[in-house]
Design a protein around this ligand. Structure first.
Ligand code: NA7
Length: 500
């Protein structure tokens, strides 16, 4: 897939074909991928709506110290656009964001993005979608499109914990997803609340510069050591000359993630045991038995999202680091007071408390056919047809919709699969094969029933709390293999759609 090729396709659009007006909501890696595919196929009557002032989604919003993707960069990129420029195996956030922005510019998606623009409501008019938007300056407008695609991400709205007295803290409170770079942390006493992937990534860089770092840990995490590796100029030059190298890395890391982690997540067996053993061995590197006991989880490894870090255990054993296991009772102006009555005097509180996960395009409202709303179809939790569509919502698609395999694989690879699938429908619309299409309700129900039945085999349901689980304890991810995901979204099963 390339721009020149796309130009050819664009020119070959037959007279009988028509060009849809498309709106894509969100310009993280999934929205950009969708935009690239549309542009490459010549569908340039395209608007992308972005509420932030930069594209990149999570890689724009997250800028906390130590931010790094826990998927190797060679696999966290589009397979059809391998980069030879990655500086290391697990790159930092801004380098990743720049890659996606580069892609958006290369495919002329970037100039179609309307920044600082929020979509508030979308309504099916009977023949197209009316999308109400609001700009950061407060301006309101209505846009129309034939095909509406939501790619709003999964971990978007930060979770601000409801801790008594937090507002009374005299120092700065910063959420990891809204980092405040104006605060100089050098020599400060910093409390980090939360120890998911984010809280754990922060500890090493904070202990590098802070006088004191206290990690407030509610639930211990299993930590898999994955050493990072820098790619030097020689390696990058070679990769530029021989693109096959980047492709080789892509395939190798994909195999490792899908066959090792992915399999262990959806099925008990050797890979789950192997990951468990590696985590336990890693935990043994903590010398102090008291600290080790505090860091020991009581649930199966991978039940919560596995944390990948080779520097957390060394960092938490540094003299300026402290692990606090007693729960937080309240915050007062001077700092955090534990349930045991100990006051930790602090200058800054970093909230690494995660997100209100799996809200997808919410809080935006949507009304489909016959007045059906998003609240109606999601009354039992976010569900969809094979992760990409919703019954009653014609010509509407999602990238990274409910039950996408977000816990198992690279999100870039998921976006590729889903956007290619959606393109089949865009092409069909252009070829006048339908005016409106939406998945059948019974097919959607069958898919969800089968999916939920398979959840019981996954590690997510073995007894822990995590952002994978919804209010009813149902995991929001995909309970099968990556191969099945790709096969399921290879060819649309048109018999499972209402087409008119
Ligand atoms: P996570 O994985 O949701 O972690 C949030 C952390 O915050 C976790 O340790 C929580 O403890 C803790 N937490 C949340 N609320 C509170 C309150 N009220 N008091 C104390 N501790 C609290 O978010 P991350 O940002 O770390 O990672 C999200 C994903 O981003 C990650 O999985 C990767 O995919 C990248 P708990 O475990 O619930 O006891």
């Amino acid at each position: 897939m390339g721009v020149s090729e796309s130009d050819k396709i664009f020119q070959s659009l037959a007279v009988g074909k028509r060009k849809p007006r498309v709106i894509v909501i969100g310009t993280g890696l999934s929205g950009i991928c969708m935009g690239m595919r549309l542009m490459a196929a010549g569908y340039d009557d395209l608007i992308l709506l972005e509420q932030a002032d930069r594209c990149g989604g999570t890689w724009h919003y997250n800028q906390y110290p130590g931010l790094r993707c826990d998927v190797p960069s060679h696999y966290y990129q589009y397979s059809f656009e391998p980069s030879a420029e990655w500086s290391q195996r697990f790159c930092g956030g801004e380098e990743i964001r720049e890659y996606f922005e580069r892609m958006a510019r290369k495919y002329h998606v970037f100039e179609r993005i309307r920044f600082n623009t929020q979509s508030k409501h979308a309504e099916w008019t009977g023949s197209d979608w009316a999308v109400d938007i609001e700009t950061a300056a407060g301006g309101r407008e209505q846009l129309r499109c034939d095909i509406l695609i939501a790619s709003c991400g999964i971990l978007v709205r930060p979770n601000y914990p409801d801790i008594p007295g937090l507002d009374s803290f005299a120092g700065k409170v910063i959420h990891s997803a809204r980092w405040d770079h104006s605060v100089d942390l050098t020599g400060k006493r910093v409390g980090v609340i939360g120890n998911g992937s984010t809280g754990i990534q922060m500890i090493k860089p904070l202990t590098d510069i802070c006088a004191k770092v206290v990690s407030f840990q509610r639930t211990p995490q299993w930590v898999l050591p994955i050493p990072n590796r820098k790619y030097g100029d020689r390696g990058r030059n070679l990769a530029r000359r021989f693109p096959i190298i980047s492709k080789f890395y892509y395939v190798t890391f994909r195999f490792a993630m899908e066959q090792l982690m992915g399999r262990g997540i959806i099925k008990d067996g050797w890979s789950r045991r192997m990951v468990g053993k590696l985590c336990k061995k890693n935990l043994e590197t903590v010398a102090d038995p008291v600290l080790r006991a505090k860091l020991t989880p009581d649930y199966t490894p991978m039940c919560k999202r596995l944390v990948m870090s080779s520097d957390f255990y060394p960092a938490i054993q540094r003299p300026n680091a402290e692990l606090e296991r007693a729960g937080i009772d309240h915050v007062e102006p001077k700092g955090i007071v534990t349930k045991e009555g100990k006051l930790h005097e602090l200058d800054v509180i970093a909230l690494a408390t995660g997100y209100h996960a799996n809200e997808y395009m919410l809080p935006m409202t949507m009304t489909g056919e016959n007045g059906i709303t998003l609240d109606d179809v999601w009354k039992d939790g976010p569900r969809g047809y094979r992760t990409v569509a919703l019954p009653g919502f014609p010509n509407f698609f999602m990238v990274m919709g409910p039950h996408s395999p977000v816990g198992n694989f690279s999100l870039a690879s998921i976006a590729e699969t889903q956007s290619a699938y959606i393109m089949r429908f865009v092409d069909m619309w252009a070829e006048r094969k339908f005016e409106k299409v939406s998945p059948r309700e019974d097919a959607t129900e069958r898919f969800n029933a089968e999916m939920l039945a398979n959840m019981k085999n996954t590690v997510w349901t073995t007894g822990c709390k995590s952002w994978y689980l919804d209010d009813k304890g149902v995991p929001g991810s995909w309970p099968w293999t990556a191969t099945r995901f790709r096969n399921d979204l290879q060819d649309p099963r048109l018999q499972e759609y209402v087409i008119s």
